[in-house]
Design a protein around this ligand. Sequence first.
Ligand code: ZN
Length: 60
Amino acid sequence: MASLLPEGLLEIMQCPRCGGSLTERAEPPSLVCDACRIAYPIADGGIPVMLDDAAAPLDE
Ligand SMILES: [Zn+2]
């Protein structure tokens, strides 16, 4: 899968809730924290929205 974020950005991103690492998800474009079971949306242009208000709980 092609990276949604600019090279190297994912490696330095942390979950704002728990400080854990994040993984990319393509549909919908988002960064997922498995520990918190939430997904932060990635806006057009590859800018992740790391706001608690924007985070969506994982439903699977
Ligand atoms: Zn987290």
